[in-house]
Ligand binder design. Structure first.
Ligand code: HEM
Length: 222
């Protein structure tokens, strides 16, 4: 029994750690993407650096993809565990009385973010891999800005992105704050950390949505 509890705690820990790692990635990603609105030149430079620096490409990128895979696989494992536990205690379990909607439906908000990532990888990552390694086209320091802006020309893509960011916000609203709890952090800073996590959960997806909508409304015309 204690082994079971320990392994379930270990799973929660891994979930929290991989989630926090992805949060750090989101900070970097939203910062670079905001540059596409403020300074196209800086956006081009940063994107080129991220795309061609060997440390980023062959160390950070595989670690990031591993982080995403671990987070999703562990998310499914935890969901299955929770469902089994609920089935055993179904008489006592009254979901809505015990936890808010967002926290009980992390699997669904997570699945929408996963579906978004499939579209997003198709939009940007596959294109990058094909440009660099399949077609082996020459380096072009100026292509990133217009490639990104052009992606948001269709309304359907901009809308799908924005809907996904709303679900990302709900996912972070519960996930970011509770990750500290899962790692056993409970001290006088906890209320402050929780407030910060909730603010982050609103501001970052809002910034992503702003970028998508801005490029949709301001297409490159020449
Ligand atoms: C308006 C919003 C967004 C824009 C404009 C955007 C743009 C981009 C671009 C241009 C790339 C290609 C980078 C490269 O490989 O050279 C990329 C990759 C990626 N994006 Fe986004 N992104 C947005 C939102 C998000 C969000 C919300 C997430 C996560 C939930 C995300 C996750 C990723 C991941 C995991 C990669 C692959 C990184 C890599 O390994 O290269 N993106 N994005």
């Amino acid at each position: 029994m204690s082994g079971l509890i320990k392994s379930s705690l270990a799973r929660k820990y891994v979930m929290a750690l991989s989630g926090l790692f992805l949060v750090i990635f989101l900070v970097l990603h939203v910062t670079i993407n905001l540059a596409s609105v403020i300074s196209p030149d800086f956006f081009n430079e940063a994107s080129h650096f991220m795309g061609y620096n060997p440390l980023v490409q062959f160390l950070m990128q595989p670690i990031l993809i591993l982080g995403v895979v671990i987070h999703f696989v562990m998310g499914f494992v935890l969901e299955i565990q929770n469902r089994k536990a609920r089935a055993i205690n179904y008489v006592k379990y009254k979901g809505s009385a015990n936890a808010p909607w967002v926290s009980r439906n992390m699997i669904y908000s997570g699945l929408v973010v996963l579906a978004f990532l499939v579209l997003h990888f198709y939009d940007f990552w596959i294109h990058e891999m094909s440009y660099k390694y399949v077609e082996a086209l020459p380096e072009d320091l100026t292509r990133y800005y217009h490639e990104t802006v052009e992606k948001f020309a269709p309304f359907w893509r901009t809308a799908l992105y924005v809907i996904s960011f709303v679900l990302l916000s709900l996912h972070l609203w519960h996930g970011f704050a509770s990750s500290f709890q899962s790692m056993g952090v409970n001290n006088k800073y906890t209320p402050g950390i929780t407030k910060f996590a909730k603010l982050f959960a609103v501001v970052v997806p809002l910034a992503f949505a702003f970028i998508a909508i801005y490029h949709h409304l301001n297409p490159i015309t020449h």
